[in-house]
Ligand binder design. Structure first.
Ligand SMILES: *Cc1c(COP(=O)(O)O)cnc(C)c1O
Length: 362
């Protein structure tokens, strides 16, 4: 199911200047993911190949009500960001997102995309929309590549036709009032994903499956859910759309990639940076009991989530079995702050790109 489309031409259908949308006055005021740019990229898959690559005005999709994705969830996506720095537009490890997109595609029996071609198409779209990349500190242009099965058929089978598209949305920093700790609710009744399931794929149904526990969390005033492993409800997995790190004295630990959690690119970047700092870093199973005992004894010094949306999110409190537990006295830990500054500094082009993670679109 792999088709080389490197030579495919991208058809350009751009709006005349007077038809362009008014750009938001203040990107910091827009709720996440509610404003979209003027154009989008799309291509179609049928007859075992990709074709009709186009950059065209952002518009509703025309889909059959019998489209397979609507009934059986054959849909995957990615989340990445473009940053503006002195007129340049920068991407952070974009090939990693497209590689992961293909991993998700394989798990959902969907066709792969050509990594170089999609990266070129994304750069082309960003060149068209470069005036949409905000430059306020902490803001960025959020990028959402998506693929859905669109064949009209009610049989439970992989679709033979797909739509791939990329849409763009200007976003402010995740933390509007500065960097502030999040409170997370440990779900002891519902689970997100089970080993052997689709937890390691960025597939649409995983997020629908997470909504119910999110409403339980909000009843006690918590916004994010920490998932435990689905088999024993014993080991911590991840939080919402973030991977999780726990600092025990001089050890920094994060759950291993055993198939039920998403292999975050921010997670990988944190592992690289902290190993380079000479820290004792471990990918290992961490039981919720070890975390709670560590919070009681003071062995757990800090905890943070990491993902493209928030970059690094300090954990201020855990709600477990009806009781709140403060983490780092509800403040941002020293390592958490350092990693936030380092990653956002590299992404925005302010700090040295020691690992070759930055891609300039020009
Ligand atoms: C996207 C996502 C992450 C974070 O991945 P990044 O590549 O760091 O953005 C973590 N967990 C889940 C469930 C996700 O969907």
């Amino acid at each position: 199911m792999y088709t080389c489309v490197k030579t495919m031409k991208i058809e350009m259908n751009l709006l005349p200047h007077e038809k362009l949308k008014q750009k938001p006055q203040d990107v910091l005021k827009i709720p996440f993911g509610t404003v979209f740019t003027d154009h989008m990229f799309s291509m179609h898959y049928s007859g075992n190949s990709w074709h009709e690559a186009r950059i065209h005005p952002y518009a509703p999709l025309e889909l059959s009500p019998a489209a397979l994705c609507l009934h059986y969830g054959q849909g995957i996506f990615e989340g990445m960001k473009a940053y503006r720095r002195d007129g340049r537009v920068l991407l952070f490890r974009p090939e990693k997102n497209i590689e992961r997109f293909n991993i998700s595609a394989a798990r959902m029996v969907m066709p792969a995309v050509e990594i170089d071609f999609v990266l070129d198409a994304l750069k082309e779209l960003l060149r068209v929309e470069r005036n949409w990349v905000p430059d306020a500190p902490g803001s960025s242009l959020y990028i959402r590549p998506t693929m859905i099965g669109i064949q009209a058929k009610l049989g439970v089978k992989p679709s033979e036709e797909y739509l791939f598209f990329i849409i763009l949305s200007p976003v402010g920093p995740y933390f509007k009032e500065g960097f502030s700790p999040v409170n997370i609710y440990v779900s002891t009744e519902h689970v997100r994903a089970v080993r052997g399931g689709v937890g390691a794929a960025k597939t649409i149904g995983n997020y629908a499956a997470s909504l119910f526990a999110g409403t339980e969390a909000s009843k006690v005033g918590y916004s994010q859910v920490l998932w435990l492993d689905a088999l024993e409800l014993k080991y911590i997995e991840e939080v919402g759309t973030m991977n999780l790190f726990v600092r025990f004295d001089d050890e920094l630990a994060t759950p291993p990639l055993t198939g039920s959690i998403l292999a975050g690119i921010t997670r990988d970047s944190v592992l690289t940076i902290t190993k380079d700092m000479g820290m004792n870093v471990k990918e290992r199973s961490i039981s919720i009991d070890e975390v709670i005992e560590g919070l009681d004894s003071g062995k757990v010094i800090e905890m943070f989530g990491c993902g493209t949306a928030a970059i690094i999110a300090p954990v201020g409190s855990l709600w477990y079995k009806g009781k709140p537990y403060a983490v780092s006295n509800g403040k941002t830990g020293e390592l958490t702050q350092h990693l936030f500054d380092e990653l956002t500094g590299i992404q925005s082009g302010e700090r040295e790109d020691r690992y070759g993670w930055i891609v300039d679109i020009d």
